[in-house]
Design a protein around this ligand. Structure first.
Ligand SMILES: CC(C)(COP(=O)(O)OP(=O)(O)OC[C@H]1O[C@@H](n2cnc3c(N)ncnc32)[C@H](O)[C@@H]1OP(=O)(O)O)[C@@H](O)C(=O)NCCC(=O)NCCS
Length: 181
């Protein structure tokens, strides 16, 4: 089955990363997650939504067209699991835009910075093992390796000193040059 993501024929030159509050942003986050975790990776069947979504804060990376936010191309969600302890999950970037625009990196920065601004003292994630190197480079450490959803994962913790607070109204805007072929 072909993943249900409209193709991106070009690399947009500007992105915004922010809490997804508008209905269209949340709907596109949900659609992107389904495309990545159901259609592409086949980790879930039909929907990857779960009880955590009721409490989690979704974050969106939005590609701009002519300077205006236009399409969600990346997402992650964060939620508090105990006093001060937060988890990030469902990190996903449109497959046509991976490795070319720092979208995943900026989503991770926004996720941890947003949680810090809300009192986070420990930030954890179950990271698919193939992505552990990306997180190590961003000042995360592996606590242990585990199997989750039938796939190898690292339980990882962020070094919070590497992540400045980001308030609710913070929007990261980053222009990008395409990676040389
Ligand atoms: C994991 C994932 C979210 C990463 O997103 P991403 O947008 O590709 O991440 P980034 O672009 O920030 O970083 C990826 C690589 O591209 C490089 N890169 C990004 N933009 C670049 C640019 N303009 N020029 C040169 N290199 C660039 C980064 O250095 C990094 O290199 P590395 O592979 O050596 O670490 C994405 O691959 C994805 O959605 N995977 C499928 C879903 C998934 O596995 N989710 C589970 C996450 S635990």
């Amino acid at each position: 089955m072909v993943p249900m993501q409209p193709p991106f024929p070009f690399v947009p030159g500007e992105y915004r990363v922010r809490l997804a509050e508008a209905a269209w942003e949340r709907a596109q986050c949900t659609a992107l997650r389904r495309a990545v975790f159901c259609d592409e990776q086949r980790v879930f069947v039909g929907s990857d939504r779960d009880d955590i979504d009721a409490a989690a804060l979704p974050i969106a990376a939005i590609a701009c067209t002519a300077g205006m936010p236009d399409q969600v191309v990346g997402t992650v969600r964060i939620h508090e699991t105990a006093a001060g302890e937060w988890f990030g999950s469902r990190l996903a970037v449109h497959r046509d835009l991976r490795g070319v625009a720092w979208i995943g990196t900026e989503l991770i920065r926004h996720a941890v910075g947003t949680a810090r601004a809300r009192g986070c003292t420990r930030f954890l994630a179950h990271v698919q093992s193939q992505n552990a190197t990306l997180f190590h480079r961003l000042a995360w450490q592996t606590l242990r390796e585990i199997d989750l959803h039938g796939r190898p994962h690292h339980l990882m913790a962020a070094d919070l000193s590497a992540y400045p607070h980001r308030s609710r109204t913070d929007v990261a805007v980053f222009p990008v040059a395409r990676r040389a072929a």
